[in-house]
Design a protein around this ligand. Structure first.
Ligand code: Z5A
Length: 212
């Protein structure tokens, strides 16, 4: 595998299985590269970005978060994370493993909320073209994902959105994946064992290519 640090991201609707996929990819990178990757999550991953995470996840009944403010908060958190964690780690040659990144904003705020022009404008202005080397998008029907997520515990503010919101987000995830060869679609409706087999195969294939 490449000895140059890579930025790998796991994406997917809630309940797609990102948590166990992150653990698997963490173990594969550690075994193959010989160093643990720096793990991030979005929103979050820095002290300030974790505070923003609380703001976007918790509903404030007397002051509902408007869609544009939600979008700006995700980018505020992401910019902090990229500047203070991701770029410094990559500059040192470390690998970075992200639980969600910019594709989530394109899918949820752009597709789900219908704010694509705003999302693209903020994305361009704040990220300046910075993107993951590889994204594994765990694709699942929203109804199955939400069923899995609800078995795990109470749903948060975003998880309580109408199913149509998640259908639009999924469609957007798939549209971006169809246009970008750095985004790999994994069928997350399969058994966890098969999902992990597919992730391992894709990761091995892609990361071996990097080292050639
Ligand atoms: N959001 C946004 O709108 N815009 C943005 O830019 C960003 C985020 C960055 C962040 O939540 C929320 O913010 C998220 C998107 C939005 N909101 N929603 N809704 P998060 O990332 O902290 O949490 P999440 O997306 O809701 O993650 P999750 O529900 O934890 O999903 P997951 O990690 O993919 O699920 P899991 O915990 O791995 O799996 C869920 C359950 O299913 C669990 O019990 C597993 O054991 C089970 N599972 C997993 N895989 C399988 C298979 N293959 N078969 C059977 N059961 C399975």
């Amino acid at each position: 595998m490449s000895q140059t640090g890579q930025f790998i991201v796991i994406e997917g609707l809630e309940g797609a299985g990102k948590s166990s996929a992150v653990e698997l990819v963490h173990n594969i990178i550690t075994a193959e590269v010989g160093h643990e990757p720096v793990c991030t999550r979005e929103p979050g991953g820095t002290p300030l970005a974790e505070k923003i995470r609380d703001l976007v996840k918790i509903a404030e009944p007397n002051d509902p978060l408007c869609d544009e403010a939600e979008c700006l908060l995700f980018y505020a958190a992401r910019t902090q994370l990229i500047t203070n964690v991701i770029k410094p780690a990559l500059a040192k040659g470390q690998w970075v493993l992200g639980d969600r990144h910019n594709l989530s904003s394109l899918a949820y705020q752009g597709g789900g909320r219908g704010l694509m022009p705003l999302v693209k404008a903020i994305s361009d202005a704040s990220l300046h073209g910075f993107k993951p080397d590889l994204t594994l998008y765990l694709d699942i029907e929203p109804s199955l994902g939400l069923q899995r997520a609800s078995q795990r515990g109470a749903l948060d503010r975003i998880e309580k959105q109408h199913i149509a919101f998640f259908e639009r987000a999924r469609e957007t995830f798939l549209q971006f994946a169809a246009q970008d060869s750095s985004i790999i679609v994994i069928d997350a409706s399969q058994t966890m064992e098969k999902v992990h087999q597919d992730i391992r195969a894709e990761l091995t294939k892609r990361l071996l290519l990097v080292s050639k």
